[in-house]
Design a protein around this ligand. Structure first.
Ligand code: P6P
Length: 341
C-alpha cells in the first residue's frame, strides 16, 4: 500500500489529535463497527459457496422474512461490539427489543443502532446491499439503559455511516465534520480513505423511486414525478433519468457520488404507516450523511433529523439528496397542506 494511503485507523487518530469530535470510546466504536463490516463483506462475498443465501425461516419485528445473511450480519455486529466497553446497548432492525450489554462486560457511554444488512431482497440475486449504523450518546441523567434512551431525534447523532457491499466494499462515515469514504483494500484487510469532504450537487437530473407504487402516492409526490417525466417540454425544462436499486445503501451511495433524489414516500397501500423505511437505523443515519454532504433530507413536511421518535422501529417517509430537488418536493407538500410525506 503506497504511503499516501490513509487508513481508517490513521484517519480517526488524526481526527482525534486535531481535537475534532472523535475521542477514545467513539474511535474504538467506529473501528469495531468497521471491522464487523469487513467480516460481513466476507460472508456476503461467499454467496452460495458459503451456504448463506436464502431464507432463515423466521420473521423480524416488521413481519418481513429474515434471510440467513440478515441474522449472520446481526450476530457479527452484536459479538463485535458487546465486549469493548464502549456501548451501553444496541438496537437492530432484526431484534424486537434493545440488546443491553451483558453484565459480564463493562458498560460504555454510547448507543448503537443498525440495519445489519439492508436490501435483503437483493441478497440472493447478487445486487449491492449494505450495513447502516447510527450512534447516540446514552442520556447521563440516569443509571442503566432502556428503549426510551434510543428515542432521540436524529440531530443528536454523534456518528453515522454505512458500508456498501458492491463491486467495492466502501464505508461512508460522518461524525459531524463532513463525509469521508473508505474503500476496503482486501489484500491488506484495511479500509483506506478514498474520498473526504464528499459534496452532493445541489441540482440533479436523476430520481430514485419505486414507480410501481405511483397510483398510491399522495398528490405532491405524483406532481413532482409527473413533472420530471414530462422532461424538457414540461415545467422542469430538462429530461430526467431514473434509478431504483431497491437497496437504500446503493441508491444513497450513488447520490453521494453524483447527486440525485431518493424517495420512499407515504402511500395509501398502508395509510396508517408514514412510510416503509425505519427512522432510527435507516432514515436518520442516511439523512445526516446527506446533510453533511450538502444535501437535504425531509419526510415531505419536516427535516428527518428533527423527527421525535415514539417507537424503536418507527417508520418514516423519506425524501433525500440534492438540496434543490428535496426542497422543491417538500415545497409541493407544504403547498398542498400535506400532513405527511
Ligand atoms: P421496495 C430494502 O428492503 C429497503 O428497506 C430499502 O433498502 C429499499 O430502498 C426499499 O426497502 C425497497 O423497497 O418496496 O422497492 O422493495
Amino acid at each position: 500500500m503506497s504511503s499516501h494511503h490513509i487508513t481508517l485507523t490513521r484517519y480517526l487518530i488524526e481526527q482525534q489529535r486535531a481535537g475534532g469530535r472523535i475521542h477514545g470510546q467513539l474511535r474504538l466504536l467506529i473501528e469495531v463497527v468497521a471491522r464487523a463490516c469487513k467480516t460481513i463483506s466476507h460472508a456476503v462475498n461467499k454467496g452460495a459457496l458459503g451456504g448463506v443465501l436464502g431464507s432463515a425461516g423466521s420473521q423480524n419485528v416488521q413481519g418481513e422474512v429474515q434471510k440467513k445473511l440478515d441474522l449472520i450480519a446481526n450476530e457479527v455486529l452484536i459479538e463485535a461490539n458487546e465486549w469493548g466497553g464502549h456501548l451501553a446497548a444496541m438496537a437492530s432492525e432484526e431484534m424486537d427489543t434493545i440488546y443491553t450489554v451483558p453484565n459480564r462486560y463493562p458498560q460504555g457511554e454510547y448507543l448503537l443502532m443498525f440495519d445489519p444488512l439492508d436490501g435483503s431482497s437483493n441478497i440472493d440475486v447478487n445486487v449491492s446491499i449494505g450495513t447502516i449504523f447510527s450512534v447516540f450518546k446514552k442520556p447521563e441523567d440516569h443509571a442503566g439503559v432502556t428503549e426510551q434512551d434510543f428515542l432521540q431525534p436524529g440531530r443528536n447523532q454523534v456518528a453515522a455511516g454505512y458500508c456498501v457491499y458492491g463491486p467495492q466494499t466502501t464505508l461512508a462515515l460522518t461524525v459531524g465534520d463532513g463525509v469521508a469514504l473508505f474503500t476496503l483494500d482486501r489484500e491488506q484487510g484495511t479500509f483506506v480513505l478514498t474520498q473526504d469532504q464528499v459534496r452532493i450537487p445541489e441540482d440533479t437530473r436523476e430520481f430514485a423511486i419505486n414507480m410501481s407504487n405511483q397510483r398510491h402516492w399522495a398528490p405532491p409526490v405524483r406532481r413532482y414525478i409527473d413533472e420530471c417525466l414530462q422532461g424538457r417540454d414540461g415545467p422542469r425544462g430538462k429530461d430526467f433519468n431514473m434509478r431504483w436499486v431497491a437497496s437504500m445503501v446503493a441508491d444513497v451511495h450513488r447520490i453521494l457520488m453524483r447527486g440525485g433524489i431518493f424517495m420512499y414516500p407515504w402511500d395509501q397501500r398502508e395509510p396508517g404507516k408514514p412510510g416503509k423505511l425505519r427512522l432510527l437505523y435507516e432514515a436518520n443515519p442516511m439523512a445526516w450523511l446527506v446533510e453533511q454532504a450538502g444535501g437535504s433530507a425531509t419526510n415531505g413536511c419536516q427535516r428527518i433529523l428533527d423527527v421525535q421518535p415514539q417507537k424503536l422501529h418507527e417508520r418514516v417517509a423519506v425524501m433525500l439528496g440534492s438540496k434543490n430537488e428535496v426542497e422543491r418536493v417538500t415545497g409541493y407538500h407544504r403547498e398542498a397542506g400535506q400532513t405527511q410525506g
